[in-house]
Design a protein around this ligand. Sequence first.
Ligand code: CTP
Length: 406
Amino acid sequence: METILKDKRIVLGVTGGIAAYKAADLASKLTQAGAVVKTIMSKNATHFVGPLTFKALTGQPVVTDLFASGSDGSIQHVSLAEEADLVVVAPATANILAKAAHGIADDALSTTLLAAQGPIVMVPAMNNHMWDNPATQANLQTLQERGVNILAPEVGRLACGSEQAVGRFPKTETILEYLKDFFATADILAGKTIIVTAGGTHEPIDAVRFIGNRSSGKMGYAIAGRAKACGAEVILISGPTNLRAPAGVRLIEVETALEMRQAVIDNLPGSAALIMAAAVADFRAASKTNGKIKKERMGDSITLELNPDILQEVAGHKDRGVIIGFAAESENIITHATSKLERKRLDLVVANDIGRSDAGFGSDFNLAVLIDHDGPQGELTMYRKSDLASEIIDWLARALGSDLHS
Ligand code: CTP
């Protein structure tokens, strides 16, 4: 892990926030760790810290001009974008997030981001109101859906004077650890096909109504994105959601539990793992009415029948790989989830507490614990769904015998 940054070609994008001066420390530490760091600064960043600082700390040229050409005559923003192992934008202002989300390329850094072929990490830092603004949040979501990695800002004192507000640039050590982990896990699932199910299923009652549930799909999409970032071929089988599939995953859209079951079974041969994050409806209407049922008749017209349990069925399949299920529980979480692990013959169950309003369905958080056949792997913890996705994928990589490059 300590040598993981050696010889990595990193393009460091620095934009114009007060934290721009802290990027100099990051550039220095990355260089000391053996990375080749080429800095691209926005015009505003140069008001906070001079290009010479980065040039002296990295020993590499610094680009501030879209029309600069390299010593060999190459167009720099294109050649840097193509040769980089990673582009890191730190600090990333609300402005660069907006430009990147909308494909605007009006300076050297935004053009590099548009031309980048490899992974991108953004480390936003800004005033808390700018962070919370729906425009910024929508831009972050767009970027994440396209596979851009976001290291979320910390809560703390901000330069604008706000105390304990979100928007603070993380410590250099935190960013370094994140980048080391990024490189260390980039190929832990290489060559593996992982099936992830997500969202809730819709079970039609008639032409306009369905039985559904509150699942947003966020957990499954986060897992699919993380598995992809770790080098897996990802097949995402999704019920209806408002989310866009992460870049590079194969999306199979389904509506009902029966369609989801078929898609899982069709893709099982050759897959290394199945992660069932979907909230599959337990029941469906025994018969679907083609037209719209008159409300006076609704009361006596729906008979329910049980849907197949996809996990339980697949667990007995000869082509099965590692099987991971979820257990949504509201009481006796560990006991109930452990009995699901045994009963459904899973390799891992992710137990989550849905008895809270600040986590679970629809939220960005999950109060969860991983339970395998050695018992709970820690305490019930409040995870951001992206962090829980990383925990699950790390567990899976270990289960599949991958070396976590420790
Ligand atoms: N699941 C499934 N097929 C179903 C229902 C659920 O594969 N028909 C999967 C879910 O994707 C999840 C796991 O089973 O990974 C557990 O789902 P959960 O709703 O917690 O459990 P149930 O088995 O439905 O049990 P109960 O509702 O009684 O708690």
